[in-house]
Design a protein around this ligand. Sequence first.
Ligand code: B1M
Length: 211
Amino acid sequence: MGHKETIYQGILDGDREAVVAATKAALEAKTPAGEVLNEAMIPAMAEVGRLFEINEYYVPELLIAARAMQAGLDILKPELVAEGVEPKGKVVVGTVKGDLHDIGKNLVAIMVEGAGYEVIDLGVDVSPEKYVQTAIEKGADVIGMSALLTTTMPSMRATVEALKESGMHGKVKIMIGGAPVTQKYADEIGADGYGRDAAAAAKLVGQLIGK
Ligand code: B1M
C-alpha cells in the first residue's frame, strides 16, 4: 500500500499511529502536503461522514477517526502553510454562552477542517459579542454555534441579533447545531443553516459559502 492509501485506511480504522507514520513517510518521500490532504485525508473523512450518515459508524468510531485525522493534520499543517494551500474559507466555531459541552463541537471543528476550511475554535461558554467580534476581526465566512442545553439555546438568537446589528449578517453566515437544536429553531431565529451532525455541518459550510 502507498502512503496515501495507508493514511486513508488509517483514518477509517481510527489508527492514529499508522496515520502519523504514513503522513511523515509521505512528506519524507516529497509528496506535497496539499496532495496528502486532498487525496487521502479529506476523502477518508468524507467516507467516515458517509458511514456515520448510514449508521455504519457511530460516535466512538467518528471520534477515533477524527483523532487519527487530527494527528495527521498536525504534521501536515506547517507544510500546508509553507505550500500556501489556501483554505476554502474561514469558520469560527464555539459552544454558546453558559454551555460547557464540547465533544460535538470538537467533532464539528475537525470535520469542517477536514473538508478544507480554516477553523477558529473559541472553545466553550462563548458570548454573542465574542463570536461576532472574532468573525469580523478574522474575516470569517461562517459562525458555527453549538448548544447542548435547552437553557443556553437562546444565546444563539442573541448572536444572530448581534451579527445583524453589526451590519455583517449576509457577509457572515450562521450555522447552528447540537442535540436540542432543530431546523425549525434555525428558521425561527434567522440562522442560515442547521447541521444535524458533524458530517452535515461540514457539507453545510460548503453550501453556505458556495465553495
Ligand atoms: Co450534560 N447534559 N450537563 N454533560 N450531557 C446533556 C446535554 C443532557 C441531555 C443529559 C440529560 O439530562 N439527559 C442534559 C440537557 C437537558 C436539556 O437541556 N434539555 C444535560 C445537563 C442537564 C447537564 C448539566 C446541567 C448537568 C448538571 O450539572 N446538573 C451540566 C451543564 C454544564 C454546562 O454546560 N453548563 C452538564 C454537564 C455535562 C458534563 C460536563 C458532565 C459532560 C460534558 C463534557 C464535555 O462536553 N466536555 C456532559 C455530557 C457528556 C452530556 C451527554 C451525556 C452527552 C453529550 C455529548 O457529548 N454527546 C448529554 C446527553 C445526550 O446528549 N444524550 C448531556 C456526544 C456528541 C458527539 O453529540 O454534542 O449532540 P452532540 O453533537 C453532535 C450533534 O448534535 C451535532 O454534531 C455532533 C456530532 O454528530 N452538533 C452540531 C453539535 N454541535 C453542532 C454544531 C453545528 C452542527 C452540528 O454547527 C455549528
